[in-house]
Design a protein around this ligand. Sequence first.
Ligand code: GAR
Length: 186
Amino acid sequence: MKRLVILASGSGSNAENIINYFSGNSNVEIAAVLTNKQNAKVLDRCARLDVPAVYFNKSLYSSPKFLTLLDGFNPDLIILAGFLWKIPTELVVKFPNKIINIHPALLPKYGGRGMYGSKVHEAVRENNESESGITIHYVNENYDEGAIIFQVSTAIDPLDTAESIAQKVHQLEYEHFPKEIEKLLI
Ligand code: GAR
């Protein structure tokens, strides 16, 4: 049995997609979804899907208790699905090549602190990029700089808005993220 822990800060549509993807797979268990936002929509999704969800605050996150909490789930893979806090070095060291992130652009473009969600798509629009995409990568001590596992692009039309780019990117995330996770579990 492979155990997944998902960290999410907001809507959690990727978290839900991953949960649904593995729901019929008896070899994979979603051990927990952890969130740093007390009223995050991902909590509603977990309640509906009957997946254990845990809220943690900054003070717990910054203490050794967070590592103990995470380790207690005995995760084979820790998945950042729209999780916006930096991962502390202790976690990177404790879980080598076991923490992965999805970023809504083609890294190294549009990565780094402050580059998340709609901000990324607005920047892509402003720069009149002809393509954007998704990057799935291992997490290291620096935002969006770990080794890249997978990338795929989508064309950006001059008429696309930040919102329509976001939709295109989300579709790529839904299609590819669970499959790439599955490959990592083999
Ligand atoms: C996703 O598009 C993900 O790539 C992005 O946040 C969104 C979360 O959506 N992550 C980042 O920007 C990380 N830097 P969701 O909550 O609906 O899954």
